[in-house]
Write a protein that binds this ligand. Sequence first.
Ligand code: HEC
Ligand code: HEC
Ligand code: HEC
Ligand code: HEC
Ligand code: HEC
Ligand code: HEC
Ligand code: HEC
Ligand code: HEC
Ligand code: HEC
Ligand code: HEC
Ligand code: HEC
Ligand code: HEC
Length: 262
Amino acid sequence: MKKINLMRLVALCSMSLVGVLLVAGVAMAAGADLADTDCVKCHDREPADIEALGAKHKTEISCQDCHIGHPPKVENNIPQCSMCHEGEAHFELAGCTGCHNPHKPLEVVLKGELKAPCLTCHDSQNAQLEANPSKHTALACNFCHADRHGVIPPCVTCHEPHSAEMTQADCGTCHQAHMPAVVTYGAETPNIKCAACHETAYNQLAATPFKHKDVACVECHADKHKTVPQCTDCHGVPHAEGIHRKFPTCGACHSIAHDLNK
Ligand code: HEC
Ligand code: HEC
Ligand code: HEC
Ligand code: HEC
Ligand code: HEC
Ligand code: HEC
Ligand code: HEC
Ligand code: HEC
Ligand code: HEC
Ligand code: HEC
Ligand code: HEC
Ligand code: HEC
């Protein structure tokens, strides 16, 4: 991230001040004498804001680095942000003061539906949203990350869990916020999580007398939702060639994986 060169800034400011003083001569002396400590005599809010929340606009610069001169001598003493911030995509945005109050620069206000401004700093999240289209892709970033910068909402503020035993802590084991329709899960996922939507399979497996009872859903349907294994992935070719030639599917004798009818 490119930082502005403060020493260069100070040098520029004092050079221009010297320039003005030389041209205006004695008449400018009173204006030039206005000190930062004088501002509060007539302005309440801005010095208080800078004091409380000025961030680096408090610690690295002062009122008059931005407000050069004062009315009526200087007609417009409101600075452009580009005086000091340039050279990054973020600094090409329109309407800086719509989001930033210069006296409280990090109290960012997020209004309207925003996406493009966020991408000046966060492009990977959007790349993931675009590469994996879902209904989240069409939403503005601040539809979820609302009001204040950096807020992360729990999924359950907008969605009901799939079952009563599920909580917010479970969502991330199967979903990612910026690609929610791509469901993946780890080997530790318990069968009960799948039961929320697959009651029949869950009940069948729980009731079967065969050894698949002790095999986890996710051991067979591994890693990615809707993966269906071949029996031979785990068992190879278990019987004589002739039997398999005559009965090409295992299910002809073993029914279904969830309840082997051996
Ligand atoms: C003696 C009182 C007084 C002092 C001291 C004073 N100001 Fe002001 N300031 C005013 C008044 C009155 C106005 C409104 C002028 C106008 O609208 O023409 C004003 C206007 C401004 C404006 C707004 C200009 C605009 O275009 O809206 C800024 C910025 C400003 N002052 C900054 C400062 C800063 C910075 C200091 C300290 C270095 C300071 N003032 C010191 C009285 C003061
Ligand atoms: C980083 C630059 C910066 C610094 C530092 C800064 N200001 Fe400002 N100030 C601005 C800008 C930009 C505006 C115009 C804001 C807008 O248009 O919303 C402004 C507006 C003002 C106004 C006019 C407000 C109005 O409602 O018209 C006053 C008065 C003022 N500043 C005083 C101060 C004082 C006093 C300080 C120091 C305690 C200070 N500012 C520090 C950038 C700065
Ligand atoms: C006179 C120079 C100057 C002007 C004008 C100026 N800034 Fe800054 N600003 C700085 C400096 C110096 C820093 C600290 C170094 C940095 O982060 O680049 C800073 C930092 C910031 C920060 C980060 C604050 C922090 O504590 O991390 C924000 C946000 C910001 N400026 C926004 C603005 C906006 C918006 C404007 C226009 C309304 C503006 N600045 C005008 C000099 C300026
Ligand atoms: C849509 C809202 C929005 C707009 C418009 C916007 N900013 Fe920002 N800006 C932010 C957010 C959010 C941050 C991150 C704040 C943080 O880190 O807490 C930020 C951070 C900054 C920073 C500090 C980080 C850095 O990269 O140095 C500066 C400086 C800054 N903005 C300047 C500007 C300037 C200048 C403009 C106008 C050209 C502008 N901003 C327009 C939202 C905005
Ligand atoms: C000027 C750069 C900048 C802009 C613009 C910006 N951010 Fe950030 N954002 C940051 C930085 C820096 C962090 C802190 C990253 C960290 O802590 O690793 C951050 C963090 C976040 C976080 C995560 C907070 C956490 O706890 O992990 C979210 C969410 C976020 N930003 C959303 C947004 C959204 C939405 C927008 C648009 C409205 C936006 N940001 C605009 C710089 C920016
Ligand atoms: C601020 C509200 C909000 C939050 C927070 C939120 N979502 Fe969504 N989500 C939505 C909306 C709106 C839709 C689209 C609903 C519709 O059109 O039926 C959606 C749709 C979805 C879909 C369906 C996607 C598709 O394309 O079919 C999934 C899955 C989803 N969300 C999961 C999550 C998960 C997991 C989280 C937490 C990581 C989460 N959501 C956080 C609002 C939210
Ligand atoms: C449907 C709601 C939703 C939308 C829309 C959304 N996010 Fe997020 N975002 C989240 C949630 C929830 C998390 C927390 C993810 C986690 O805990 O794994 C998150 C995390 C983040 C983070 C923190 C770092 C990370 O990747 O975990 C950033 C930065 C972020 N989002 C930026 C964005 C940006 C930029 C956009 C728009 C392009 C956006 N988000 C759109 C819900 C959303
Ligand atoms: C065990 C894995 C798993 C967990 C844990 C999980 N989900 Fe899902 N979720 C899915 C699957 C699978 C789908 C359906 C995908 C499909 O239809 O192809 C889905 C679909 C969704 C949808 C789309 C609408 C719907 O109901 O079909 C939303 C919204 C959603 N999940 C939110 C959540 C939230 C919120 C949590 C946390 C409370 C969560 N999910 C936890 C696997 C899971
Ligand atoms: C939110 C509900 C939901 C959850 C939770 C869920 N699924 Fe599904 N699952 C579905 C839906 C919807 C389908 C598609 C059904 C259809 O096409 O008839 C499906 C289909 C399947 C299929 C069949 C694929 C095919 O091609 O026939 C398998 C296997 C599967 N899920 C396994 C699992 C496993 C394992 C878990 C737990 C890790 C799980 N599901 C969790 C909703 C869910
Ligand atoms: C992910 C690996 C996996 C897949 C896929 C799989 N099995 Fe198994 N199967 C096992 C394990 C583990 C056992 C238990 C072995 C033991 O304890 O000796 C088992 C046991 C069996 C048994 C013996 C049952 C008993 O109670 O004695 C049969 C028959 C069987 N599998 C048939 C199948 C058929 C048919 C399919 C396909 C529909 C299939 N398996 C798919 C892992 C798998
Ligand atoms: C031993 C491996 C194995 C285990 C354990 C297993 N499955 Fe299956 N499952 C399969 C196979 C193989 C199929 C394809 C149909 C068949 O040949 O039986 C299947 C089919 C499915 C289907 C689609 C057809 C249907 O019955 O609806 C779903 C959904 C499903 N399984 C979910 C689950 C869930 C949920 C669990 C855990 C409760 C689970 N499976 C445990 C191997 C397994
Ligand atoms: C013609 C019927 C038939 C077909 C087709 C068949 N099996 Fe079997 N399988 C059996 C019988 C009967 C047994 C029980 C043998 C025993 O108990 O000694 C058995 C036993 C098994 C066992 C348990 C072996 C053990 O040592 O406990 C596995 C594993 C198995 N079959 C897997 C498969 C797979 C995988 C397929 C498909 C590739 C398949 N079978 C196709 C009839 C069949």
